[in-house]
Write a protein of this length. Structure first.
Length: 304
């Protein structure tokens, strides 16, 4: 099998190489802004270097991947927001089958067999895809290869008729540790009555050296927080050493994003809230009573 892999994130691209090696020979597409990290790539058969395309130029990038995809059996993309956007576009252009958020892959009887979470993470679906296929792979499911030097082949970008014009690009400011890399996360939900009250969670996070994440309603509906800290199956999946869920009921969309957390502490007034089914420790109490006292006690323990 011939496998083409690409991710906007080179860290995830290295994982895709490992996933692809279980299926066949892997060609990793590298764009101009990723050129400096070529030396980190191990295990791929070859690197396809396109210096004419920046990974941020989505329109040209989709055209390039679609053109290359016609020469491959399987295209692997990362299951982040940008990767999921490309899956459907490329699959449609080349007439391929597709799947997102895949956790395992194998080829059986000429078909690609994948596993992916379903029902909000309550079950694993096993699906057979006809080839060619375009899929996105979950982060952290494959360890990057450590051996095998790939050859490098420079390729040209396709000539396309642009339908969009990029006027300006601004990078969002990055504050602190990314949510999916944090060891301690405070996850906040609709139990908070006002945006200003979120300071209670930030004070706790500061004491513990953690970061604050949010459920879908706070990030997507109320817009109290950036979508980058939206935890869930459609947002960021996290696996911290300690997760404190405050004022969130723990519905399936959210629960699927925290399944790999090591220790989960839940704070909620409703003793029957679904989040307690996933919690190692539970506190049935109003967050407005609990958080100030808990934070003060931790501060006293630290001598602050």
């Amino acid at each position: 099998m011939r496998v083409l892999a690409f991710s906007h994130s080179m860290d995830l691209a290295l994982e895709l190489v490992s996933a692809g090696r279980e299926l066949g020979d892997v060609s990793l597409l590298v764009t101009s802004d990723q050129d400096s990290r070529i030396g980190e790539v191990k295990g791929a058969k070859e690197i396809l270097l396109c210096k004419e395309v920046d990974s941020g130029d989505q329109e040209v990038l989709v055209g390039l991947i679609s053109e290359l995809a016609r020469e491959y059996d399987i295209v692997l993309l990362a299951s982040d927001r940008r990767g999921r956007e490309i899956v459907g576009q490329v699959a449609h252009r080349v007439g391929a089958s597709s799947a997102v958020d895949v956790s395992s892959l194998s080829v059986e009887n000429g078909k690609l067999v994948v596993e992916r979470m379903t029902f909000g993470g309550k079950a694993i679906a096993v699906e057979e895809l006809n080839l060619p296929a375009v899929v996105s792979v979950q982060k952290g499911k494959f360890k990057p290869p450590e051996e095998g030097e790939p050859s490098v082949r420079e390729i040209s970008a396709p000539s396309i008729e642009r339908r969009m014009e990029v006027i300006e690009r601004k990078e969002k400011p990055k504050v602190g540790v990314p949510l999916d890399k944090a060891e301690i996360v405070i996850a906040v939900g609709r139990g908070f009555r006002k945006k200003e009250d979120l300071k209670l969670a930030y004070e706790l996070a500061e004491i513990l050296g953690g970061v604050v994440g949010a459920t879908r309603p706070l990030a997507a509906d109320l817009k109290w927080m950036e979508e980058e800290v939206w935890i869930g199956i459609s947002g960021v999946r996290i696996a911290p050493k300690l997760l404190i869920v405050v004022g969130a009921s723990g519905q399936q969309q959210f629960a699927a994003g925290i399944m790999d957390s090591k220790v989960v502490v839940a704070v909620n007034t409703d003793s029957k809230a679904p989040i307690f089914e996933q919690a190692d420790y539970g506190v049935v109490m109003d967050l407005y009573e609990f958080l100030p006292v808990f934070t003060r006690k931790l501060r006293e323990m630290k001598g602050g």
